[in-house]
Design a protein around this ligand. Structure first.
Ligand SMILES: [Zn+2]
Ligand SMILES: [Zn+2]
Length: 366
């Protein structure tokens, strides 16, 4: 239950304001001026690209799906790379990030949620970092304390972050004769872009997009946010099934993070990948459709509509039964499995027909 002493409280966080202001001004004003006068060399472009790819990936693959959700296990070398490039993203230590993220999932849309969308788009995007303090409560990340690398990164975070995120790119810039270019592009512009792309998950993905799996959650599936964040945009799915190593669960969903984790598993660097079964995913999807239609139709009192609602309910119950039957036959001989699957698919066709009628009705009355 929510405890008053653990609630975020208002406080201007000057260190974050100054850091964001300096990097943003240098990244969005000084960097274009520099590019206008000097153009961009191959080494600067490569350095910028490497940091634009590795730092957000360390957040999605490492901070988020590994450390916060334990959706798979990873070789220590990988863990080190996640901690190193994650520190370079200047998004706090993995330990703190995971703790706040677990609170976000557990208390989403309440006062305890550090980046609750209930306090508005700006708050969820960046306001929570500059106008609010989050009390440190690490009781939900005790499991991470056994990992010495995570605790080292947490204790000496400033050294990790400055070393990986500023000193390293500038050193490479210095060795290739482009120290200023490295500072403006691979540090300031990169930080500004990666920050706002990542922040979109807390703001855009809690306000815009589709609620495919849970219509009562503010989390939304938004394909464009997925493009900006290496696949994190399928946030409605993710809030419903946070243990899954995938966020974009359909094969065509743009989720390079899941493809990379699967590739690392293939070469033995990642293992124990957690996947929600297709039956559970389908069940959640169909339940969300039924709830959506039910809530939409309930708003209108009409006898004919009442009959339609009942028909919808009966069809939904039938659908659930055929799905459960299909799941039960998952390990049956092929012919039995196919029969069960075909029964479900036939039932789903009937359901889709009724559901689209409900959608048309709701759209007409909207
Ligand atoms: Zn969220
Ligand atoms: Zn999450």
């Amino acid at each position: 239950m929510s405890n008053i002493s653990t609630l975020p409280y208002r406080k201007i966080v000057w260190v974050n304001i100054v850091f964001f202001a300096v990097t943003t001004l240098l990244g969005l004003i000084a960097a274009p001026i520099y590019l206008y006068h000097n153009g961009i060399s191959v080494s600067e472009a490569v350095l910028m690209a490497v940091f634009m790819i590795t730092t957000p990936l360390a957040i999605t693959m490492g901070y988020h799906r590994l450390f916060a959700h334990m959706s798979y296990k990873a070789h220590p070398i990988l863990q080190f790379l996640y901690l190193f490039f994650g520190a370079a993203a200047f998004e706090q230590s993995a330990y703190k990030w995971a703790s706040q993220h677990r609170i976000h999932h557990r208390y989403a849309d309440t006062d305890r949620d550090p980046y609750s969308i209930q306090k508005g788009f700006f708050h969820a995007h960046i306001g929570w970092l500059i106008f609010w303090r989050q009390p440190a409560d690490y009781s939900n990340v005790r499991d991470l304390e056994r990992n010495r690398m995570i605790m080292h990164q947490h204790t000496y975070f400033k050294f990790w972050a400055v070393g990986a995120g500023i000193v390293l790119p500038m050193l490479i810039g210095f060795m290739t004769g482009h120290t200023l270019g490295a500072l403006l592009l691979a540090v300031c512009l990169r930080l500004t872009l990666v920050y706002h792309f990542t922040f979109c998950i807390n703001s855009v993905c809690h306000m815009f997009g589709k609620a495919t799996y849970d219509i009562y959650s503010s989390a939304r599936d938004h394909w464009f946010a997925a493009v900006l964040t290496f696949g994190e945009g399928y946030h409605n799915y993710h809030h419903h099934f946070p243990a899954d190593y995938r966020n974009g669960v359909r094969w065509f969903h743009w989720d390079p993070t899941k493809w990379l984790i699967a590739s690392l598993a293939w070469v033995g660097l990642a293992y124990d990948l957690k996947k929600i079964s297709r039956y559970k995913i389908l069940a959640a999807r169909l339940r969300a459709q039924h709830q959506h239609a039910e809530d939409g139709l309930k708003m209108h009192s009409d006898t004919r509509l009442e009959v339609f609602r009942q028909t919808l309910k009966v069809q939904y119950e039938k659908l659930k039964k055929t799905l459960a039957d299909w799941e039960q036959n998952a390990k049956s001989p092929v012919s039995k499995f196919r029969e069960a699957r075909d029964r479900f698919q036939a039932s789903r066709k009937e359901w889709e027909l009724l559901y689209s009628q409900a959608l048309r009705f709701m759209a007409a009355r909207a």
